[in-house]
Design a protein. Structure first.
Length: 173
């Protein structure tokens, strides 16, 4: 395919098709030992979905400690993880400045390997810190979205809202 044909092919795809294609490309590159992770666009996609689902305003990427604010001024750190056959870990990327309480809520989402939504949750900061461990290696606090997180009284399962936001894009949900 020529660059123009590739561009036309990509422009004609729905969001879910683009994400599935991205996942397939990442997996092929992984198989060829070109890349080592299975992540790709998962973080930005998670931020986009939460912002659309709840009408949050995403802050500038240089903002430290949180990714979005709601209309009441509450701040959200948005984290995600794509679960694949190569890596079923539910550990989110490190939370920085956790003891400084630079965010009010953690909005986390687990994606399936095809970028469809597996399970999202919103948790208040107060329940995050006791479940984290500090890692010198990453210079941050590590948190896992294990199944018991959704059983916490403070947990807000937001699966319907994120699936609706994804569906509105024509995305896998």
């Amino acid at each position: 395919m020529s660059p123009d044909e590739i561009s036309a092919f990509v422009r004609a795809r729905k969001v879910n098709e683009l994400l599935e294609l991205a996942g397939a490309i990442i997996e092929e590159l992984r198989g060829r030992k070109i890349v080592r992770s299975s992540n790709g666009p998962v973080g930005d996609y998670a931020e986009f979905l939460f912002a659309k689902a709840f009408a949050w305003e995403l802050v500038n990427n240089s903002q430290k400690g949180y990714d979005a604010k709601d209309t009441n001024g509450q701040s959200y750190q948005i984290k995600s993880r794509r679960i694949t056959s190569h890596n079923a870990s539910r550990q989110l990327s490190p939370l920085r400045r956790l003891p400084e309480k630079s965010f009010d809520f953690l909005a986390g989402v687990l994606f399936n390997s095809d970028y469809s939504i597996y399970r999202p949750v919103i948790l208040p900061h107060s329940v995050i810190e006791p479940r984290c461990r500090f890692s010198k290696h990453t210079n941050g606090w590590l948190f896992k979205l294990e199944d018991d997180v959704w059983k916490m009284p403070e947990a807000r399962d937001v699966t319907p809202q994120l699936k609706t936001a994804a569906a509105a894009l024509g995305a896998a949900g």
